[in-house]
Design a protein around this ligand. Structure first.
Ligand code: FAD
Length: 422
């Protein structure tokens, strides 16, 4: 039986979109002009066959393309924009195994065993991402970092102590830090914190470009400025049609379309909201906190921060349910001043000025888990949506689960992510 989504030839300027084009970000993200972030791409003009077509050349599509190409699968990546210029360009790229939902909370939502599995899988994904970067010599400013999770209005020091014990029992590398140690070591005045190993930071534009180039070296073809408008799936092959009438035939299709979610994605499991970020001007070394660990807080609204390779502080948060991109972008000035004020309160005595301020669409799910799933209504089609602040960690998890799926295997943790843990 044939399943199809929007595959009637779309009239010009009025197409029933397979994914609705959105204004994914506003303002000026730090990474947009990173030297080395461009990728040689093709323009789709004719018909092409492949094993796997990946729609979306952001970090999810890039890691998936590289993982599948390494397995010897013949892949194409198709993007309506330049690779890495969607939400990936807006990311603050703190790479963590710790999910937005603490382990204690996630255990209540999905059960302790599954929550432990989700956390351990995330930890493994960060390790695997680092390995992939090293293996392919991807120059993306990766640095190993610890992560410091500060007590806040969502979880105080007592809650953090319990969280630390649960994580220890699950084999996760997190330790409780009391207020005195926090003050002495980091100069931060909070009632307590968790300090975790196994995190990192990177430049997401360089990671994406590097992963795509490594995939290209293995035969993957990358198309830009090509919008896929329709898909026909008939059981043993999938046909993709682009805005310019170029077509692709694939054995399998993976939708790594980010927050421009594909029609056919399970409904009611996620919301698309907004988040804001700033980067300061470059600072002297003495302006940084010891170890330059990632810092985030158990608070709402929350602040998170990291250092960059060029000595800036990158901070984000102030998330809201705002969905209108014009209002999201109009709020950049106010939100960036709030982030700066929160930074100044956490790290007093520095002179901090904003060089970059931006906003982006953001996906959340009630569990904080992503949606990584085969699509029920479209045979041989698969979709990836990284929810929450761990989007890039989830991109790596998704690449691995998609790789198993593309080989007719089932990843042992796929049940955790099919419906964001539900
Ligand atoms: C402000 C902000 C801060 C963040 N901070 C962090 C962080 O610290 N750590 C972390 O891990 N994550 C973070 N994230 C989340 C992370 O950045 C995202 O999860 C990740 O970048 C999503 O990547 P993606 O490849 O799935 O999506 P995208 O980068 O948006 O790529 C999807 C691509 O699909 C293409 N596309 C869509 N539809 C079609 C179509 N029909 N035809 C052709 N192409 C199509 C788009 O053009 C786009 O390029 C943050 C996000 C934001 C906005």
């Amino acid at each position: 039986m044939q399943a199809a989504l929007a595959f009637r030839k779309p009239p010009q300027h009025s197409v029933p979109m397979l994914t609705q084009k959105k204004d994914l970000r506003g303002g000026t993200p730090l990474w947009t002009d990173s030297p080395g972030s461009t990728v040689r791409t093709r323009t789709a003009t004719r018909h092409e066959h492949c094993d796997v077509a990946i729609i979306g050349g952001g970090v999810s599509g890039a890691l998936t393309a590289l993982t599948l190409s390494e397995l010897g699968l013949d892949c194409v990546v198709i993007d309506r924009r330049k690779p890495g210029s969607g939400s990936t360009a807006a990311s603050t790229a703190m790479i963590q195994f710790e999910l937005d939902t603490p382990l204690t909370e996630l255990s209540k939502k999905i059960g302790a065993r599954r929550a432990n599995r989700a956390y351990r899988r995330s930890l493994q994904a960060v390790k695997n991402l680092k390995r992939l970067i090293q293996k392919h010599d991807i120059d993306c400013d990766w640095v190993d970092r610890d992560a410091l999770y500060l007590a806040g209005n969502e979880m105080g020091f007592r809650g953090l102590k319990i969280e630390a014990a649960k994580r220890k029992a699950a084999g996760l590398p997190s330790d409780y830090v009391d207020a005195a140690a926090l003050r002495d070591t980091f100069g931060i005045d909070r009632t307590g914190a968790l300090l975790s190993q196994g995190a990192g930071e990177l430049n997401p534009a360089l990671l994406t470009a590097g992963a795509l180039r490594a995939a290209q070296a293995k035969g993957c073809r990358v198309y830009s400025d090509s919008t896929v408008t329709a898909v026909k799936a008939d059981g043993d092959r999938v046909e993709l049609i682009t805005e310019t009438d170029a077509t692709f035939t694939a054995k399998r299709v993976i939708f790594a379309t980010g927050y421009e979610t594909v029609a056919g994605m399970p409904k009611g499991l996620f919301d698309i909201t907004s988040s804001w970020a700033i980067a300061t001007q470059p600072l002297p070394d003495e302006a940084f906190w010891p170890t330059r660990c990632l810092i985030w807080e158990a608070a709402d609204p929350y602040l998170y921060l990291r250092a960059t390779a060029d000595n800036r502080i990158l901070a984000g948060g102030e998330d809201s349910g705002l969905t209108d991109p014009a209002r999201r972008d109009a709020a950049i000035l106010v939100k960036s001043q709030k982030l700066l004020k929160a930074l100044n309160t956490l790290l007093p005595g520095r002179t901090l000025r904003i060089d970059y301020a931006w906003a982006g669409a953001f996906a959340t799910s009630p569990t904080g888990l992503p949606i990584i799933t085969a699509l029920d209504e479209l045979p041989n089609c698969f979709a990836i949506l990284g929810c929450g602040g761990n989007g890039i960690t989830f991109s790596m998890v998704a690449a691995e689960i998609a790789a198993a799926w593309a080989q007719d295997k089932r990843d042992a943790d796929s049940d955790l992510f099919e419906r964001a843990g539900k």
